[in-house]
Design a protein around this ligand. Structure first.
Ligand SMILES: [Zn+2]
Ligand SMILES: [Zn+2]
Length: 270
């Protein structure tokens, strides 16, 4: 399996000179199993670049796995070129928001006045599958979801095949629930995890749904991934601040490999 980061910023896209190294696009990761099928985790602004990169190699099936409905995780969807290919089937998986369906929420966002094209006129065939605490087979992959600690209904994902596994938990507040997401994160080869705040910042942001560095290192000790990537970088953090945060986090996690997710990062798992 191969994973590529197209966006790893949290909360709001943050382009500019201070974010060049790690990138300003919001949450989007491409996962490719050996058979070449296309799995996309979240549809933040990074998904636009993924769609452009697919030009010339048309895809007929895409599985889009959404963690939750906050805008930083869906705001790029209308700019994902396969949406405008009538030969493409886009299967969207995700939790239903409170009080509505997954389909209603996405169709509302991808319609006037938020978006110029009415949802019914989008050329691709789009299907919806609501997930919560589930596991299923998808093209030879095993996918599992579990609810995580975050405002609104939010899940984390685990994708595994032949003993290789990736977990994706971009938004999580383990300080409020130490077990949050461990059902999918435990013992994975590669974990993408929320690392939004320094410990000092977190003190005034309890309940906002994110992870401090101290909580991250405790969480990694419990999950024991072979490799972890700090994800969902705060819009206020410059490249230099992120590197300082990595240094601080590494002091608390020495049993595996820890680094910062950055746009363009590609990881091949055996
Ligand atoms: Zn987010
Ligand atoms: Zn969120």
């Amino acid at each position: 399996m191969r994973a590529r980061v197209w966006g790893c910023r949290g909360s709001l896209a943050t382009p500019g000179a201070a974010t060049v190294r790690y990138g300003g696009n919001t949450s989007c990761v491409e996962v490719r199993p050996p058979d070449g099928s296309l799995i996309v985790l979240d549809a933040g602004t990074g998904i636009r670049s993924l769609g452009l990169a697919l030009a010339g190699t048309p895809v007929h099936e895409v599985d889009l796995l959404l963690t939750h409905m906050h805008l930083d995780h869906i705001e790029g969807l209308g700019f994902f070129t396969p949406l405008f290919d009538p030969d493409c089937t886009l299967r969207i998986w995700g939790p239903s928001p409170n009080g509505t369906t997954l389909r209603q929420h996405i169709a509302t966002y991808l319609s006037p006045p938020y978006f110029p094209v009415p949802f019914e006129q989008i050329p691709a065939r789009i299907t919806f599958n609501e997930v919560w605490d589930d596991a299923w087979e998808l093209d030879g992959l095993r996918i599992a979801t579990t609810p995580v600690s975050h405002p609104g209904r939010t899940v984390g994902y685990r994708i595994s095949q032949n003993g290789t596994s990736i977990a994706f938990i971009p938004d999580n507040e383990p300080a409020l629930d130490h077990e949050s997401g461990l059902a999918v994160a435990a013992d994975v080869d590669l974990l993408f995890h929320d690392a939004q705040y320094t410990d000092a910042e977190y003190r005034t942001r309890v309940g906002w749904g994110h992870t401090s560095l101290a909580d991250l290192t405790n969480y990694l000790a419990a999950a024991a991934p072979r490799r972890a990537l700090m994800f969902h970088h705060d819009p206020a953090h410059t490249d230099e601040q992120l590197e300082q945060m990595l240094d601080d986090a590494r002091r608390g996690f020495d049993s595996g490999e820890l680094s910062l997710a950055h746009e363009g990062l590609e990881i091949e798992l055996p």
